[in-house]
Design a protein around this ligand. Structure first.
Ligand code: ATP
Ligand code: MG
Length: 354
């Protein structure tokens, strides 16, 4: 298996995912790409890998902006504006907006008018993109951690909500209508994306693409190269599945001479205490707890809990646990699993205690 160094850390090959993204960005933009998947499944890393190794290496053809909202708090029009955009100094605008890939720069005169809402931000942005496209470039906009916009969406008044809707409709305009730019939106919070995309009526204009944890075969190859035996690999798979950061941790633990089973049991124990802690503090009724236990049982029996219309009363509890990043809800398949395998291992203990 190919393991290369990316950003000073080993990068386990994600050939299929890379191929998909490279092909997607090479096509004419038609739809927004929603990249989703369980927590830490590797969405950001694979996207950044493609940006650095493919798109930025072909600057003649691609123009890329990568907005990562992780570090930001967006609660108003002004903070929204400051997250995505900057005012260009005169000298910068003369040089042609060479300000890195994380923000977009407007010339001072345009910036002032946007700030004062004298011109529409999105209209001004589209005009700028047309100029770039005029140079025969393919534009790619990536927005990571979109759930950070939730404050804007949930807590604020209608004005802020409208801003988010306007932004999403702008993304539709960029892709489906003008084919001016790709838009890829990344998140592990599927509850949030389902809500916004239903609300902004984005179904026909979206493509959902899931980044799963590593498959068993990949995990086996990786661990073999790290010197694990077959039995050890089986044990690791049972406790940690294909969750990359958990696998990195177990490799480190083994290198430092820790007993494998002990390490894995400890990880499952910590996941279990996280679940119990949330049960204790989470303001749940007896019925809520029972419902969680039912979900856990079904996951343990079938590998997933299936949300059917008869089980619709479970949705709220699924959402609560998904927000806590203990369950993962796939809105396309209507299936619920642990956010990573170790939580499912922890569920064995929860169910066993009933
Ligand atoms: N292909 C890979 N090879 C090695 N390490 C990886 C790989 N993909 C991800 N990782 C590591 O796993 C961790 C989680 O990855 P990443 O942040 O990309 O996941 P994510 O799906 O974006 O997570 P989140 O749901 O929090 O946004 C990171 O520490 C990252 O360096
Ligand atoms: Mg991420």
């Amino acid at each position: 298996m190919k393991i290369e160094i990316f950003r000073r850390a080993p990068f386990v090959d994600r050939e299929q995912e890379i191929d998909f993204l490279v092909e997607w960005f090479n096509r004419v933009p038609q739809r927004i790409l929603w990249v989703y998947g369980p927590k830490s499944s590797g969405k950001t890393t694979v996207m950044e890998y493609v940006v650095e190794n493919y798109l930025l290496k072909d600057k003649k053809r691609f123009w890329v902006k990568y907005f990562n909202l992780r570090e930001t708090v967006i609660s108003s029009y002004d903070s929204f504006l400051d997250t995505f955009f900057v005012e260009l100094e005169k000298s910068e605008s003369e040089k042609g907006a060479r300000i890195g890939i994380n923000v977009f720069g407007f010339k001072s005169e345009v910036w002032e008018r946007i700030k004062e809402k004298k011109i529409n931000l999105f209209k001004a942005f589209i005009e700028e993109l047309w100029k770039i496209r005029g140079k025969e470039k393919r534009c790619v906009m990536i927005i990571d951690e979109i759930q950070k916009l939730r404050d804007l969406y949930i807590k604020n008044g209608n004005g802020a909500r409208e801003l988010l809707k306007e932004f999403l409709n702008f993304c539709v305009r960029l892709t489906k209508e003008t084919h001016l730019s790709h838009v890829a939106i990344l998140t592990s919070n599927t509850i949030f994306i389902e809500r916004i995309y239903n609300d902004a009526k984005l179904k026909k204009t979206s493509e959902f693409w899931k980044v799963d944890p590593l498959k068993k075969e990949r995990v086996r190859e990786w661990l073999r190269e790290e010197g694990f035996g077959e039995e050890e690999i089986g044990l690791v798979w049972e406790y940690l599945g294909g969750c990359i950061p958990d696998l990195i941790k177990v490799i480190e633990a083994r290198k430092s001479g820790r007993d494998l089973k002990e390490h894995l049991e400890r990880e499952a124990w910590l996941a279990y205490t996280e679940i119990v802690d949330f049960m204790v503090r989470g303001d749940f009724t007896e019925k809520d707890i029972e419902m969680f236990e039912k979900i856990a049982e079904e996951i343990l029996q079938k590998g997933y809990f299936e949300l059917t219309k008869e089980k619709r009363e479970y949705l709220k509890i699924i959402e609560t646990w998904a927000e806590k990043e203990i369950l993962f809800y796939d809105p396309l398949e209507l299936k619920v699993t642990g956010n990573s395998r170790v939580y499912e291992k922890a569920m064995e203990r929860v169910v066993g205690e009933q």
